[in-house]
Design a protein around this ligand. Structure first.
Ligand code: ARG
Length: 491
C-alpha cells in the first residue's frame, strides 16, 4: 500500500538516509502500548459522541487489539513514526472506509504528547517503587548498625565519631526527597493533552473529559496550544532524575572508596564487582563506578531537553521528537541505577571492627574534649578550642597535666588546674560516650537514631500506600478501558 501520510501532498517514498534521519520509529518502541491505549480511548469516545458509528467502532477496536497482539515488530518501519504506521496497519486490517475514521478530530501532536505522558507516568510509578525499596533497605541496614562506630568525615578528613546507622540514614533522607520530587512531578505529568489536535483543538464535538477518564489522567491539560507544545514536564522529570543520580553517585563514590584497601570499611558482593584480565587478585567495584559514570546520561538528557525546548516558538515543532528518546534513556538509566545501588547495599559485607578502630583515628573526639572543658570549667568554647588545638598539634597522649599546661599558656593565669578530672577526660575521649551525648534531634546517639528510625518507618509506610494508590488508579483505568473496548468491540 502507498504511504497513507505522504501520498496526497508529497512524493510517496523518501530516500532511505533521509527517512532514517527524520523517523522516530526506533525510539517509539517505548510508546507502542500507550499509543494503542490512546487509540482505543479515542475510538470509544468517537463512538459515544456519535462521530463514528457502532459498527465502525467495533471493527477499529478489534483491529487495534490485533495490532497489540502482533506487536511493534509487525509494523511498517518505513513510516516516519509509530502513530502513522499503526494507523496504516489498522487500515490494512479493516480497510480505509473504516480504519480511515480513527484519526478524526485528532493530530499526532496531541497523540504523541499523550503517549509520552502515559509512558512516563508508568516509569515514574516504577521508579517510586524502586526508590522505596532502596530506602527500605537503608533503613533496615541502619537498624542493624545503631551501635556500629565509624569515623565521620568532613573534607575527607576524619572529623568526629558517628555510627553507620547515622550515616545510612543521611543517604535515606536524601532519597526520600528524591521520592517526594518524583511524586510531585507525577502530578504535573498526569494530565491529558488529548483533544488538542494539531494545536487549535477541533470542530468535532469531542469529549475531552471522557478520554481523560478512560486513560486514568487526573485532569486535562486544557489550553490546546499548550497541550501540544509543552515539554516542561520532561525537563522537570529529567531534573528530578539528575538530582537522584547525584545522590546515588555520591553514595557510589563512597562504596568505591570504602572498598579500597586503604579504607577496607566494606566488601561488595561478587555480583557487583569485576576482576582484572591481567591482575588475578583484583576485585574492582565496577557497578559502583559505572553508576557514577552513568550519571552523565541523566545530566546529558537534562541538558539536551533544555536545549531542544529553549528556542521553540509555539506550538508543535518537529524538534520535539528529539525530546522523547532523551527522557526514555534517562529514566531507564536512573531506574537501573537505583536497583543496582539497592543490591550493593543489601549484600555488602560491613567490616565492623575496622570501622570501630578507625572511628577514633585522627583525634576524632577532639570536639568532645573541647565541649567537656566548656561544660566542666566554664571556659568559653573558642578558648577550649585553642587549648585542644594545641594538644592536637603536639600529638601524643592527652593527659590531665598536658591539658592544664596548655590552659595555663592560653589563659595566661597561674592556676593550678582548670578543674577537669581523669574520668572526665577518659569519657570525652571515648567515642561511645561522645556519640551517646549527641542525642538531640537528628544526632547519632543510638536512642535518638532509634526514635528517628521509627519515624522513618512510618513515613515509608505512608509512601508505600501512596504508590499502591497511584498504581491502583492507573491499573483500574486500563482495566475499565479494556472492559469497555471488549463491550464495544463485539461484532
Ligand atoms: N514523531 C512525532 C514526535 O515524536 C510525532 C508527532 C508528529 N507531528 C508532526 N506534526 N509531524 O514528535
Amino acid at each position: 500500500m502507498s504511504n497513507i501520510l505522504r501520498r496526497g501532498r508529497l512524493e510517496d517514498v523518501q530516500e532511505d538516509k533521509i527517512l532514517r534521519y527524520t523517523s522516530s520509529m526506533e525510539a517509539d518502541r517505548w510508546l507502542f502500548n500507550y499509543d494503542i491505549a490512546v487509540d482505543l480511548a479515542h475510538t470509544v469516545m468517537l463512538k459515544e459522541q456519535c462521530i463514528i458509528n457502532k459498527e465502525d467502532c467495533s471493527k477499529i477496536l478489534r483491529g487495534l487489539l490485533r495490532i497489540r497482539e502482533e506487536g511493534m515488530e509487525e509494523l511498517d518501519f518505513s513510516y516516519e513514526d509509530l502513530h502513522i504506521s499503526l494507523e496504516s496497519r489498522l487500515i490494512d486490517i479493516v480497510g480505509e472506509e473504516v480504519g480511515g475514521r480513527m484519526h478524526s478530530g485528532r493530530s499526532r501532536n496531541d497523540e504523541v504528547a499523550t503517549c509520552i505522558r502515559l509512558a512516563l507516568r508508568e516509569e515514574l510509578t516504577g521508579l517510586l517503587e524502586e526508590i522505596f525499596v532502596l530506602r527500605n533497605t537503608l533503613i533496615n541496614l541502619a537498624e542493624k548498625h545503631i551501635n556500629t562506630l565509624m569515623p565521620g568525615f568532613t573534607h575527607m578528613q576524619h572529623a568526629q565519631p558517628t555510627t553507620l546507622a547515622h550515616h545510612l540514614c543521611a543517604h535515606e533522607a536524601a532519597f526520600s526527597r528524591d521520592f517526594d520530587r518524583a511524586q510531585d512531578a507525577f502530578s504535573r505529568i498526569n494530565l491529558c493533552p488529548l483533544g488538542a489536535a494539531a494545536f487549535a483543538s477541533t470542530g468535532f464535538n469531542l469529549n475531552r473529559k471522557r478520554t481523560q477518564e478512560l486513560l486514568g489522567f487526573e485532569g486535562l491539560l486544557e489550553n490546546s496550544m499548550d497541550a501540544v507544545s509543552s515539554r516542561d514536564f520532561l525537563i522537570e522529570c529529567a531534573s528530578v532524575f539528575a538530582n537522584l543520580m547525584v545522590n546515588l553517585s555520591r553514595m557510589a563514590e563512597e562504596l568505591v572508596v570504602w572498598s579500597s584497601s586503604e579504607f577496607n570499611f566494606i566488601e561488595l558482593n561478587d555480583m557487583y564487582v569485576s576482576t582484572s584480565s591481567i591482575m588475578p587478585q583484583k576485585k574492582n567495584p565496577d557497578s559502583a563506578e559505572l553508576l557514577r559514570g552513568k550519571t552523565g546520561v541523566a545530566f546529558g538528557a537534562l541538558m539536551s531537553l533544555l536545549t531542544i525546548c529553549k528556542g521553540l516558538p509555539l506550538s508543535y515543532n518537529r524538534d520535539l521528537q528529539e525530546a522523547t528518546p532523551n527522557i526514555c534513556r534517562s529514566v531507564e538509566t536512573v531506574r537501573a541505577s537505583v536497583n543496582v545501588m539497592e543490591g550493593m547495599i543489601r549484600t555488602m559485607r560491613v567490616h565492623i571492627d575496622v570501622l570501630a578502630d578507625k572511628s577514633i583515628e585522627g583525634f576524632t573526639t577532639a570536639t568532645e574534649l573541647a565541649d567537656t572543658i566548656v561544660r566542666e570549667t566554664g571556659i568559653p568554647f573558642r578558648t577550649a578550642h585553642q587549648i585542644v588545638g594545641m594538644l592536637a598539634k603536639e600529638g601524643g597522649k592527652f593527659t590531665l597535666e598536658k591539658i592544664d599546661s596548655k590552659a595555663k599558656i592560653v589563659l595566661e593565669e597561674s592556676l593550678s588546674g582548670i578543674g577537669l578530672t581523669e574520668t572526665m577526660i577518659t569519657e570525652a575521649l571515648d567515642p561511645v560516650s561522645s556519640i551517646n551525648r549527641r542525642k538531640i534531634a537528628g544526632g547519632p546517639a543510638p536512642e535518638e537514631v532509634l526514635r528517628y528510625l521509627a519515624k522513618r518507618q512510618t513515613d515509608l509506610e505512608l509512601d508505600k500506600q501512596e504508590i499502591a494508590n497511584l498504581k491502583n488508579i492507573i491499573n483500574s483505568a486500563f482495566e475499565n478501558l479494556l472492559a469497555i473496548v471488549n463491550e464495544y468491540g463485539k461484532a
